[in-house]
Design a protein around this ligand. Structure first.
Ligand SMILES: Nc1ncnc2c1ncn2[C@@H]1O[C@H](COP(=O)(O)OP(=O)(O)OP(=O)(O)O)[C@@H](O)[C@H]1O
Length: 240
């Protein structure tokens, strides 16, 4: 079904332990999985199963102890720190449960900030940021600060910020965790639209109904994948 599709993420025999004094906690115990371009994948598992650890490694925010990770054909281990940072900015967009917006900046400036760090000229970054705010339905709220926005609106700003760099992969850690169910489904509807346009998205969640709005569910337990299956995607908007 995917024979002509690019492999976006390839992970082989990934291990990660945390040192705890003299002891070591083996959190990821040989993870193997691949994600093709355009997939929408949920990573599920109970608390402590290693979901965030895996997402942090996929997001190049942390390194595995063993195993290989290839992102869009590039083995991550071969990159020096500077290249890794450039690669992360270019290829990956992050969305968090707690939005991680800067409170004293407007919605527009929050979206534009990563573009500033990438060296984009002001006129271009403002135009692009406005276009992404429009895409997430928040053009009218561009000048508002995060504390004037609802939780769902804040997450829309965060999604616009993640998209503005045009990353190949979006990584979301419990993106609906701070939202009521109606707002969660509206946010998942936006995620589904973004995926429909071909963007690869991975969503960590512990909520079954959110996971079923993706196309594939990977289940982690005690640091290993115990189940990896394609599912019939539930359209989020039916639930609103
Ligand atoms: N930096 C760290 N140092 C030590 N132990 C850690 C560290 N980060 C995570 N752990 C431990 O590793 C295990 C897996 O944590 P992780 O956050 O990946 O799980 P999770 O599945 O995302 O859980 P949750 O759903 O509660 O966020 C847990 O036992 C956690 O306490």
């Amino acid at each position: 079904m995917y024979s002509n599709t690019t492999m976006m993420i390839e992970i082989k025999d990934l291990h990660k332990s945390y040192k705890m004094g003299k002891n070591s906690l083996h959190v990821l115990k040989g993870i193997n999985f691949n994600v093709k371009e355009g997939e929408l994948v949920a990573i599920m598992g109970s608390s402590g199963s290693g979901k965030s650890t895996l997402l942090n490694i996929l997001g190049m925010l942390d390194e595995a102890d063993e195993g290989s990770y290839t992102l869009d054909g590039v083995p991550i281990k071969n990159l020096n720190e500077k290249l890794a940072a450039q690669y992360r900015n270019k290829f990956l967009g992050f969305i968090f449960q707690s939005f991680n917006l800067i409170n004293y900046k407007s919605a527009l400036d929050n979206v534009a900030l990563p573009l500033y760090y990438q060296g984009m000229k002001r006129a271009e970054r403002m135009e692009r940021s406005m276009a992404y705010l429009e895409k997430v339905g928040l053009a009218k709220w561009a000048s508002h600060k995060p504390n004037e926005l609802s939780g769902g609106q804040k997450q829309r700003v965060a999604i616009a910020r993640a998209l503005a760099s045009d990353p190949k992969v979006l990584l979301a850690d419990e993106l609906t965790g701070a939202l009521d169910s109606t707002t969660s489904y509206e946010i998942m509807d936006l995620i589904q639209q973004i995926n429909d346009e071909g963007r690869t998205i991975l969503v960590v969640t512990h909520e079954e109904d959110i996971a079923h709005m993706t196309k594939r569910i990977v289940n982690l337990k005690d640091g290993v994948i115990i189940d990896d299956k394609f599912v019939n995607q539930v359209r989020a908007i039916q639930n609103v």
